[in-house]
Design a protein around this ligand. Sequence first.
Ligand code: F6P
Length: 529
Amino acid sequence: MPLPTINPTQTAAWQKLQAHFEQMKSAQMQDLFAADAQRTAKFHIEWEDFLFDYSKNIVSEETLALLQDLATEVELKSAIEQYFGGGLINQTENRAVLHTALRSKQTAPILVDGQDILPEIAAVKAKMRAFANSIISGAHTGYTGKAIETVVNIGIGGSDLGPAMLAEALKYYTNHLRVHFISNIDGDHVQELLKTLDPETTLFVIVSKTFTTQETLTNAQTIRAWFLQHASQPDVAKHFVAVSTNLQKVQDFGIAPENIFPMWDWVGGRFSLWSAVGLSICLAVGPDHFEELLNGAYQMDTYFKTAPFEQNMPVVMALLSIWYNNFFGAETEAMIPYNQYLQKLVPYLQQGIMESNGKRVGRDGQPVSHQTGTIVWGEPGTNSQHAFFQLIHQGTKLIPTDFIGFKQSLYGNKEHHDKLMSNFFAQTEALLMGRPEAPGLSPFKVFTGNKPTNTLLIDKLTPTSLGALIALYEHKLFVQGIIWNIFSYDQWGVELGKELANSILKDIEAAQMAPHDASTTFLLKKFLS
Ligand code: F6P
């Protein structure tokens, strides 16, 4: 069943929200807190080891009720069922969207084209586990008999960002293997890494869902040529494995079938870290921690599927974001993890959120009349406080911000953690309360406050809590796509640039130019001169 086409702006809830916005647009959160001693009690959700406080938002109970009505009117509940049930919700590519099946513990079959996909998923997981154990234990040796010490993930986009983010985020849980990532086609990037590698002890994991991506294939070829300067062709089998849906192209590249870890077209690249795309992480943290990561995501999935909207963290987060994006006209939103391990979380989520919801055409094929895709950005605190927080506090733009923090640190350094978290709490307080004008106070030192924030306080950064956190944002963006009436799971917007790059490459190689626009022709001539 296709997703319904419902223009959100034509719903009764949207019309009411529009009218309601006129009352709320100049509301002061300080007044809302003063008027209701129960505000925080009402506007927070506790689930497992997550606490989500959303009371510091410019919303009333009526706002939330209307936003939930909006979710009901666009038939979110049945869309969620389609999402988890294998409906072809990636309609423009005629595909299901089933990254959730990769972490599912359900035994009832999940069907794609009438076939249960759970046995294939289990088989690939078992293959990953066995391979990871053989590398970690040293049983799998390189071409000179030495154990593998270094793993290099070669991929880009979803075939890089997820594993690279996890390699940082789960550093505390890693074993002796060093993991590196090669993504950019920039040859200097490759050379800098190759300088540090020992071919005898390095395993290369080539990750490409399509196995046609220019960057990944070029990098893989360069690296294989480098490897063959040291070793011989039969040695490739001990040092190169691949993750892909395109088994034929992988074999054409010279990788034997037993060294291929399959994935499927119902896993979107930007949601693929739960599949064999996570192999380098499974190697780095071991299969048990990798399984815990999947479990955390599965727990979030189950909660998202079953919790009523008002108690449903991904739904409430999505609705608040829509409130600011579509009614207040907020241009961006920020995400600040108070945790250095999460330094790559925002770049990772940028692909998920912006590649998914950066769409201008609705599910009816017509341009939408409302804003879609949020622009997300951010860096860990406290570093970001000393970089761009000035603009959030005293600039002219409204930037709703998520603060993500943990009750415990991993190494238990109390002094540092108390200082880190005092900054975490201080920022949301400052953004709420500001510093009002006062006699003798310089106008440059006035803070208006009334800047919306969400606080996510989680017990501890573990593979399980991280899995749940990532799934939380995956579901938030899903809800937003449903409400905006767009298709979140294709990415046609990246194609045109790829096509033009191929045609320009031909021009450069032939040093002869096909017609381009005047500016591009001018630049190419300068480049070739
Ligand atoms: O360029 C966009 C994209 O298609 C992403 O969606 C994807 O994650 C990335 O390229 C890499 O694709 P592949 O895994 O097929 O190499």
